[in-house]
Design a protein around this ligand. Structure first.
Ligand code: G6P
Length: 608
């Protein structure tokens, strides 16, 4: 987590850095800081809390004059959020300043060694070790010193570094945490992510593993881990800058919910050709697909929930065995993989540390890895054997919505492709599924039209203490995501339960007025979940049901019903999740919370 921005050029650095950091607050927002070289020395300002505190403190950067600087927005890992632990960190003389995203795993060992050499530390962070080590090795040649440090630190790190004795350059280093370098007529930039510098340039270089960059006002030069110069080609960013702005919506989350039809359409349509699924990025022949004995899906958070759905789809539609794992579990359980198995990793950011590590484990075991990724050029997209991009565009709100929907769309395409190639579905069935896929974006649009009704319902439940989401099969997978959406942004305790499991303990928590959200999109499981609704009603629950159009008899048992348009059972998640996302959103808005920046969370989790 954490966001980094650096600038060297013809303009004042601090305002550009602060503006860039504002675009990276999704990466962390418990404290922020900026360091600028003012012609004599490095001046640092830090502030606890959201970036706006630092912006106001420095009059939007005007109290920090200078044309070279680095800045940071933090999500605490080592040491609590505080002014001292906020970045940038300095050596004792104040001549070297460092910002860092990631974790230096061997920092304690290095810190103790430096302490033995007489160094004193101000903060509890792992980052300060880098500043002090650079001081220890300081030779007057920053590149040489950085290379020495690079060989001694372990873990994940992207670093931005300035030296007051060489004030004509910013240095940047990257290993397993994202960092990009940008170039424009105004100068040179570093950033953790593209939106931070998109206003200034679309010409971006992606730093590779263990690579170093030297940025001056007019030039950027790249080096490998041994300090040998290397050539890099810039990538042209084609995003619409507007896409990363709120565009009139009150929150990014609502804007992104409204972008779901587009995200799903753009993920699906280029891969549907003449009633066939053609996934160009899938570098597997039909013969190879037929030989895959098992698929392993690995992901975190909401991406994991799309994997849970995909298991039902691949197994139900194609009779293809699928294991789904949370990446942080997968990486430590020595998973049983055979070389013929296919591993699918799903990640919006493409930077999630546990998912990246899962990919590497799969590679060590000889498996091919397919990534379903939203961010172009991200670490996972570069290491995976095949990448199927979700075309959701930049997602800013910490709680994912449109990327989740685009991931589902990508997984449906894969499941259809595999099921067809394996002979589990006929031409006619494939054509019918494709028709349903093509209708999904418009159906999502239709559901968005009903947002006021959900808003009214959410307003009634702003004071809810506990909410239970129940469903069976794919409806259980939908419940997992519906529950996560609510709890992560509204801080209402909420749990998702397989409806049949409720009576093995959890039903004892149901009391008069407890809200139970029941999802019933699966025809063959409808009556079963209906019985569970009756059970919770008998214990006083207030039941919100999400079900298919036409199931009106549900109104006898449920207190409030949201109907979703008809699709086949495998794609129902894409529709049922929309009202649940809106519900979570409006409860959070009703409580007056910072919807896009929920406490303690970050969008891109680059630490394990
Ligand atoms: C964080 C985000 C979630 C996301 C998860 C996985 O926890 O807040 O919204 O689902 O990380 O992220 P990824 O980028 O790998 O999809």
């Amino acid at each position: 987590m954490c966001g980094i921005v650096g600038f060297i050029g013809k303009e004042q650095a601090a305002p550009i850095i602060l503006e860039g950091l504002a675009k990276l607050e999704y990466r962390g927002y418990d404290s922020a800081g900026v360091a600028v070289y003012d012609g004599e020395s490095i001046k640092v300002e830090k502030a606890m809390g959201r970036l706006k505190v630092l912006e106001e403190m420095t009059h939007y950067g005007s109290t920090l004059p200078g044309t070279i600087g680095i800045g940071h927005t933090r999500w605490a890992t080592h040491g609590q959020p505080s002014n001292i632990n906020a970045h940038p960190h300095l050596n004792a003389k104040g001549t070297i300043s460092v910002v860092h995203n990631g974790i230096i795993e061997n920092y304690l060992q290095l810190k103790n060694r430096l302490i033995r050499h007489g160094y004193e530390f101000q903060s509890e962070t792992d980052t300060e070790v880098v500043a002090q080590m650079l001081d220890y090795y300081y030779s007057g040649d920053p590149l040489e010193d950085i290379v020495k440090v690079l060989h001694r630190i372990e873990g994940s790190f992207s670093l931005g570094i300035i030296f007051s004795e060489q004030p004509d350059a910013i240095y940047a280093v990257r290993k397993s945490s994202p960092l990009i370098v940008g170039k424009s007529a105004e100068g040179s930039f570093i950033a953790s992510d593209v939106p931070a510098i998109l206003k200034y340039t679309r010409k971006v270089y992606y730093l590779g593993e263990n690579e170093v960059a030297k940025l001056t006002c007019d030039d950027v030069t790249f080096y490998d881990a041994d300090g040998e110069q290397i050539e890099k080609e810039p990538v042209e960013i084609k995003w619409d800058a507007e896409a990363a702005e709120k565009g009139g919506y009150e929150h990014f989350m609502l804007k992104e919910i409204y972008e779901e039809p587009k995200a799903v359409r753009e993920t699906l349509m280029p891969r549907i050709k003449d009633d066939r699924i053609e996934i160009e990025e899938l570098k597997l022949t039909d013969e190879e697909i037929r030989k895959i004995p098992k698929i392993h899906i690995v992901a975190c958070g909401s991406a994991y929930h799309t994997g849970v759905t995909a298991k039902y789809v691949f197994e139900g539609m194609g009779r293809i065995p699928v294991d789904v794992d949370i990446a942080s579990e997968f990486r430590y359980r020595d998973p049983l993989l055979s070389e013929e198995d296919l591993v699918i990793v799903i990640s919006q950011s493409g930077e999630t540390a546990d998912t990246l590590e899962a990919l590497r484990i799969a590679h060590k075991k000889g498996c091919k890895v397919l990534g379903i990724i939203n961010v172009l050029g991200s670490s996972i997209s570069r290491e995976a054997d095949m990448v199927m991009y979700t075309w959701a565009g930049p997602e800013i709100s910490v709680a994912t919505t449109k990327a989740y929907s685009a991931q589902l769309a990508a997984l449906y395409l894969l499941a259809l492709k595999f099921s067809y190639v394996k002979g589990a579905i006929s031409d006619q069935e494939l054509a019918a599924y494709i028709d349903d896929l093509k209708r999904l974006p418009d159906q999502i649009e239709l559901l968005l039209g009903g947002k006021e009704r959900i808003q009214r319902f959410a307003n009634r439940y702003v004071a809810a203490k506990d909410v239970f989401f129940i469903g069976r099969g794919i409806d259980y997978a939908i419940s997992l995501e519906g529950s996560l959406k609510l709890k992560e942004i509204s801080y209402v305790h909420s749990e998702a339960y397989a409806a049949g499991e409720l009576k093995h303990g959890t039903i004892s928590l149901i009391e008069e007025g407890t809200l139970v959200a029941a999802v019933l999109t699966q025809k063959d499981l409808y009556q079963k979940t209906m019985s569970n609704i009756v059970e919770v009603k008998a214990r006083g629950a207030f039941v919100l049901a999400v079900t298919n159009e036409g199931n009106t008899e549900i109104e006898k048992n449920a207190d409030y019903v949201i109907y979703i348009p008809e699709t086949n059972k495998y794609f129902a998640n894409s529709l049922a999740i929309i009202p649940l996302q809106l519900f979570g959103y409006y409860v959070s808005v009703g409580k007056g919370y910072d919807v896009d920046h929920p406490r303690n969370l970050a969008k891109s989790v680059t630490v394990e």
